[in-house]
Each structure stands twice: as structure tokens, then as C-alpha cells.
Design a binder for this molecule. Structure first.
Ligand code: NAD
Ligand code: ZN
Length: 253
């Protein structure tokens, strides 16, 4: 499934970035945005995931996010998330840079996670910026307002037309620029600026590998493409790395 060059580059890498998108969570039962099972076949993104849409109809947008949070809570990390959490321990620096808002990397045990598009488990008040986590405030069924100031409460996710969180973006760029290997996993590579990251990695000399069952806008720029689901490819990659590690230790003895 993987070239010898890739396995060698990865087993010698000091710094690795796994850049992930909705595809890594597809096998946990979270629908992706694009493709047949996509969320957007029912709603158009611009109708819900933007500040204009929210201000036009806050209860509708709050309710939609409440429904999505329910889905996210009921699903579990899959073998792909778990393999990334295990890989983290094999490298000096291993960073997950994710476009997902579902919290599944954290739940799988990854420690170094940069969330570029926020996290659906958090909300905040547009007026006084009070933050709410998880069940502190339940959005949905009618308008939910801030208990402190009655301001509008919105999910802490990045909407269309909004800036990415500054710290997460800067840290992601830093990690990518010093990465020896970048894995681009389950992302269609059409949401910018996030999609620039694998290309930035390549520019800075990283070996860039896509793991995705389908071709994407990024495929042509990759050093290698693995046409496989992430729940199959990532555990296999982890096994190979472990094996490579064992061999290395034996040679040293
Ligand atoms: P996308 O929906 O545009 O693309 C998903 C990609 O995953 C596709 O290229 C598809 O071929 C691939 N894929 C499908 N099944 C896969 C599998 N089993 N293994 C590996 N790859 C698989 O997703 P995107 O590029 O992340 O962009 C969508 C935007 O939507 C992001 O900004 C993200 O914030 C948001 N989003 C997040 C979630 C989530 O948090 N789980 C879900 C949907 C959308
Ligand atoms: Zn408030």
C-alpha cells in the first residue's frame, strides 16, 4: 500500500504533521460536507454556516448545530483517529492539524491537536464573549440567549467568510514549515486557507502524502497518494512504523 521511500522517510522523520478533514470521521458515522452522504445535500452551506445566516435566523442555526452536536456525541473515534494518537508517541514532534470540529482526535487520545475551524463543543456570547462548554448551555428548540447579558450565543466554529483563529493558524504554519512528512487525510482540499497547508509543507521540503479513497484538488501536488480509507491505511501505517522501529533497535544491538 505504501512505497518503501515513504516508509523510510516517515520512520526517520523527527517532525510529522497529520492534516485531517471530514473524511477521517466519515467512518465514525459523521457525514462529510461533499459527496453523496454530505450534510450540504440537505442544506446549502451559505444558508446556515455564516454570520449573515445566523443573524437572519438565530434559532434555525442554533438548532442545526444542536442536532450536529448530538450526532458528534453519539459517535466514537475510529481506527484512523486511534492510529494517529498512537503515532504521536513514536515521534519527537507529531501534530494533528484538523479542519474538523467534532473533537474526535482529542477523544482518541491525541494530545497535540490544532483545530483550525473551532470545536462544536464550545459556544460563546456575541455580546459579552462569555464562553460555554458542552452542556453548560444547550442550543436549540427556540432562541438561546446568554444567561449573563441576553446576547446571542453562537457555536465556536469558523463560518464561511470568517478568519481562522490566529494562534492555531500560526502554530499550524510553524509545524508544517518544519515537518519532514505531511499526511493529508480525508480532505477535499477546497476550503482555503486550510488547504494551502499541505502545499506549504511540500514547498518547505516535506514528503507529502495523501490518504483518501478519491482524487482531490491536492492529489496532483502530492509525492504519493494512498487510495484507501483512513481507518484501514493509518493502522497499517502504524504497524509498519512499529516494525521499522523494532528493526532499528535490533540493528543497534
Ligand atoms: P470534505 O467533506 O470537503 O471532503 C471529505 C473528503 O474525505 C473527500 O475528499 C472524501 O473523498 C474523503 N473521504 C471520504 N471518506 C473517507 C475515508 N473513509 N477515509 C479517508 N478519506 C475519506 O471535507 P473537508 O475537506 O474537511 O472540508 C469540509 C469542511 O467542513 C471543513 O472545513 C470542516 O470544518 C467541515 N466539516 C467538519 C466535519 C467534522 O467535524 N467531522 C464534518 C463535515 C464538515
Ligand atoms: Zn453575554
Amino acid at each position: 500500500m505504501f512505497s518503501a521511500q515513504f516508509v523510510t522517510r516517515l520512520s526517520k522523520a523527527q517532525s510529522v504533521v497529520a492534516f485531517t478533514g471530514a473524511g477521517i470521521s466519515a467512518e465514525s458515522g459523521v457525514p462529510t460536507f461533499r459527496g453523496n452522504q454530505g450534510i450540504w445535500t440537505k442544506f446549502k452551506p451559505e444558508e446556515l454556516a455564516s454570520m449573515d445566516a445566523f443573524l437572519a435566523n438565530p434559532p434555525l442555526v442554533q438548532e442545526w448545530y444542536a442536532a450536529r452536536r448530538k450526532v458528534f456525541r453519539e459517535v466514537s473515534p475510529n481506527a484512523g483517529h486511534v492510529a494517529l494518537a498512537r503515532m504521536e508517541k513514536l515521534f519527537q514532534r507529531f501534530t494533528v492539524v484538523t479542519q474538523n470540529i467534532d473533537n474526535l482526535h482529542h477523544r482518541a487520545g491525541s494530545l497535540s491537536v490544532l483545530e483550525l475551524h473551532g470545536n462544536i463543543g464550545r459556544s460563546y456570547c456575541l455580546q459579552c464573549y462569555r464562553e460555554f462548554v458542552d452542556d453548560e448551555i444547550e442550543l436549540g428548540s427556540g432562541l438561546t440567549s446568554c444567561p449573563t447579558c441576553s446576547g446571542l450565543v453562537r457555536p465556536d466554529v469558523v463560518w464561511f467568510g470568517e478568519q481562522l483563529p490566529e494562534h492555531e493558524w500560526a502554530e499550524s504554519v510553524r509545524a508544517i514549515e518544519s515537518a519532514d512528512v505531511v499526511l493529508s487525510i480525508g480532505t477535499s482540499g477546497v476550503v482555503f486557507p486550510a488547504a494551502e497547508l499541505p502545499l506549504l509543507g511540500k514547498y518547505h521540503g516535506a514528503y507529502v502524502v495523501e490518504i483518501n479513497p478519491e482524487e482531490t484538488d491536492l492529489s496532483r501536488s502530492m509525492d504519493e497518494v494512498i487510495r484507501e480509507n483512513s481507518s484501514i491505511a493509518l493502522p497499517e501505517l502504524f504497524r509498519l512504523l512499529e516494525r521499522a522501529g523494532v528493526q532499528q533497535t535490533e540493528t543497534l544491538r
